[in-house]
Design a protein around this ligand. Sequence first.
Ligand code: GLA
Length: 729
Amino acid sequence: MAIYYHSSSHIFTLDTKNTTYQMKVDDYGFLLHLYYGARITGSMDYLLTYMDRGFSGNPADAGGDRTYSMDALPQEYPTMGTGDYRSTALVIHNGDGSDCCDLRYVSHEIRAGKYDLKGLPAVYAGEEEAQTLEILLEDHVSGVRVQLLYGVLEAEDIITRSVKITNLGSEDVIVEKAAGACLDFLAGSYDLLSFYGRHAMERSFQRREIAHGSFSIGSRRGTSSHQYNPAVIIADRAATEDRGACYGMMFVYSGSFLFEAEKDQFDQTRVMMGLQRDLLHYTLERGEVLTVPETVLCYSDRGFGELSGHYHRCIRNHICRGKYGQALRPVLLNSWEAVYFDFDGDKICKLAADAASLGIDMVVMDDGWFGKREDDNSGLGDWQVNEKKLGCTLGDLIRRINRLGVKFGIWIEPEMISEDSELYREHPDWAIQIPGRKPVHGRNQLVLDFSRAEIREHIFRQICSVLDQGNVEYVKWDMNRSISDFYSQERSAGKVTHDYVLGVYEFLERLIERYPDMLIEGCSGGGGRFDAGMLYYTPQIWCSDNTDALDRLKIQYGTSFFYPASSVGAHVSAVPNHQTGRSVSLHTRGVVAMAGGGFGYELDPDQMTEAEKEEVREQVRAYKKYAQLTLTGDYYRLSSPFDDVYTAWMFVSADGGSALVSAVMTMQSSNLNMPVSYVRLKGLKRDALYEDKESGRCYYGNALMEAGLPLPAELGEYLSYQIALTERL
Ligand code: GLA
């Protein structure tokens, strides 16, 4: 049993293996937050203090008690209109013109298994693995009901939260703001770790103090975005990679989001994750429900490394679905950086033949195979195979490729429409745009209104008729612009931003139902929609359009705080790199790409020398040898690409018996006289003896973890090093 309700004190306790979460219904029916952190015993309501505080109002129920104020008490789901002047989780505009929602406890239910959310991605678990707590709150005046949902995965130290808002009143209400999870901390000083970036440089690491005032990150782009990832860590100011208390909040959502952190007048801290309020204006008619997507919470008192491990396991085992949630992934050769739009069927077959000779499993025909699409200015929406360009049918092409012993994959961008397309000429009203205004362009394309079922249906049929033409074993689902001009013919603009995302999810669900064995790789100009929501449908995501190995170290480092290596699409590309102009050895490019479970190549093998081809064969063999470890092992960050002269990471198998350590030297002043870098390993069995089969040398786990390994002296700038360790039994 992970969830307990103590009926005389009205306290709910949610226990996981190492953590406790506690809340209480107080005498007035308010749901107060008591505690979240390391596992404890007993009631934590002794933490609550009451004082007469100037300018912090008191609810009428408190009568003359001036010490009771929502402005100071920690709450589970704070709302606007109760005298709490901090940023609140819920803002409701009522039919009578007021902005108020006063939620009081009605009832609760504890049940086996984990709740699911209709139409939304969410953590899943077996009946035995999880429990659900549902608490019903109500505003008695407006009739707005709020169900707070908690999923407890005891063994995983994971607690999930979601919220359902239902209008049971007689008038329409408008949800102006809705968070899915709020955490109030009574004490402590915290840092916020967040992951910012831009196209081709996603998820850079940032650490800053949560100071007085409020700070937010989020997206208004209709996708989770390259700019800010919807996952953050709230850490004790002294916490590090290996030590100290930290909390994770990961939003399982792919649309516009808002995370807020606020330190208030009493030095209390409030953090919230939810839907982006700037775009939300969600009308609920009587009986209508808005479900706020799920937030996955986790606490560790052993630093960020352990927190990441929990999220990796949660995503791999409780978010990613289907065969490729666990199965080994094919090694890909993607046509994009190899030939861009300049190909025909023969060229794709040549890539496939080269792939076969290199041991690569699959060729992916990227953008340019459909409609009129010779560059990125036209054709989106016309999902008919351009047989003239290919010189054959898609079916024939796939058969030719399969005969070479190579699998076939294809690129699609279903959510988009080019103004220069047959679809647009027929249905200009299908694009998201505001009547009477010229729409904002992004990559010279517009976005289809995926909140509308008929539009999704049309595109779904077209895409299926392409996929049904042959043995398509992989799809890269792209999304290459941010959404603007929010407007829909079918619903108010304040609904379209969220309903669009629900439409994308519905489409993806239908696709995976119809093609259960197909691997879908998510993509949005690289990692512009790299989030746990997408991972529910696509177990791997193209991590970035930046394939430069050095930049990838930073991008993959930031990504690793929440997302497992199995979710990271990473390819070896040609040099000089097409995005940065930098040249890095093929060995290093391979080592860096092997940090991702979705390994592949993005170059024209025809341009490689025989020696390079031989090296690629060796790389592919190495990837396959370690794939199981990369996809299912524990991942450890051993240094930071932002602070250290080398970047190192390692994978350790679940039983601790084997490990793969990788390191890349990123800064070097002189190869002749450099200080030696010692990399301390993690996650090994302390007393086990490990052998490096290549050198024959043996080391004890405790030595490698305490004193580390010296990186070879000949390790010059951008050079890399990989060592596989196996326990000697
Ligand atoms: C996006 C993707 C690339 C490639 C192009 C094709 O930028 O991230 O990998 O597929 O689109 O247009």
